[in-house]
Structures are given as structure tokens and as C-alpha cells.
Design a protein around this ligand. Sequence first.
Ligand code: MG
Ligand code: MG
Length: 250
Amino acid sequence: MISLKSKREIEIMRQAGEILKLVFKQVEPAVQAGVTTNDLDAIAEETIRKAKGEPAFKGYRGFPKTACISVNEEVVHGIPGPRKLKAGDVVSFDIGAKVNGYYADSARTWVVGKVSDKIARLAAAARGSLLEGLSAYKPGCRIGDLSEKIQQYIEGQGFQVVRDYVGHGIGRAIHEEPAVPNYGKAGQGLKIQPGLVLAIEPMVTEGHYGVETLEDGWTVVTRDRKWASHYEDTIAFTEDGYMNLTGESI
Ligand code: MG
Ligand code: MG
């Protein structure tokens, strides 16, 4: 079932989104060689709790931490731990917060120190594709109109789009209908109506888009172990356009 949100509900979700923006502001400068993914997770949890939000992922289906932190060939759902980041790593940081019963969900990819040109482009491609997808939005358009643009952008950069994980509706649950694929064709999928709130989250691979889950039951890696990037914002569609609840508006 698709649930459309009222202005009041979107306002609460905006508050949850503001907390995530604050988390990124605190965590990004800490992403340096020598820091552990546990350290980054601790900053995230403290920031969310101080702002009177709740971490959305901690305890979700047994996930043990506040953030999903995925390094290099890890695509999504990496579990923070004692691993130390080193120069040249690509780090995707995915975080959710709950405020007054409503969720926001967002992810960023950062690089540690100097990386090759190709890896810099990979890291930037997920964000670029999301902005490109949103640029296709017009009142009355369909999810597939955005999906096609996202896919075209990523493939135009010489990268591939993950198929097995997709974006989603969001609201009183972290994952709601509909699914929001990062690939597809214009004209397909649900018509985007005012009140629809979507977490759009392209996952980009340097090599083949096939992925698998490690034995920890969470960490999703590329099958060919080439590297990946991920970017996500929670977007509320309104009568006049859309509001990016977790990031920059264009
Ligand atoms: Mg997320
Ligand atoms: Mg999500």
C-alpha cells in the first residue's frame, strides 16, 4: 500500500532529515586515515541522540549499529567495527533517524585522502546520478522517468547500477512501498503524486553490478570485488515540486 503524507507528517520527517544532515556534518571531517568505522558510528549515534532522535537501523532486524558503513568493494549494509580506514579507501555511510514515529534515511560516499581519478569519479557518480534523476521530475511523471535518468547517468560514466537493492517509500516505516529502482524505462512505474516520500538511493559499481552477501549476513559486496559507491536522500514530493529532506535542493 502506498501511503501519501500530509504536510504535518512531512514536517516531522524534515526534522528527522535535519538530524541526518547534522550527522554528516559531524562525521565527514572525521573520515581520515586511522579512524575506525566504530569511531564514525559512535559520532553518528551521539549526534542523533543529542538531537533527540532515535537511530533507525540499530536493532532493525538485528542490525547491531547506528550506521551502515561500507568500504571499497562493500556496497551497502557494512557493519561498523575495528577496521581502520586508510588513504585511498572509499567509504559509504548510510544512516537513518526516527523522530516522533517518522523516519528519514540518507547515505553519502566519501573518499579517504588521495584516490585515483577513476575512484574519484566512482565516488561522485552516485550523487551525480541522484541529482540527474531528480532533474527529470515534473508533476505527474512516473518513478521510471527518474530511474531511467539515474541509470543513463551512471552508465554514461562507464559504471554499472546495482539491481538487487533499490530505493523505497518511507514514512512511519523505514521501508515502505513503492520500490524505487535505479534502472528502468521512462513512463513505467507509479505516478509520483504530492505527498509521496521516497528514499532514492543509487548504488554504483566500478565493474559488474552483481552483488552477494558476506557470511555476517549483512555486508553486501560486489561479486567481482570491484569497488562501489552509494548516495541516498529522502525526497518529499509536493504540489509545487519536491523537497530534499536530507540534502541539497537543486
Ligand atoms: Mg539508507
Ligand atoms: Mg534506504
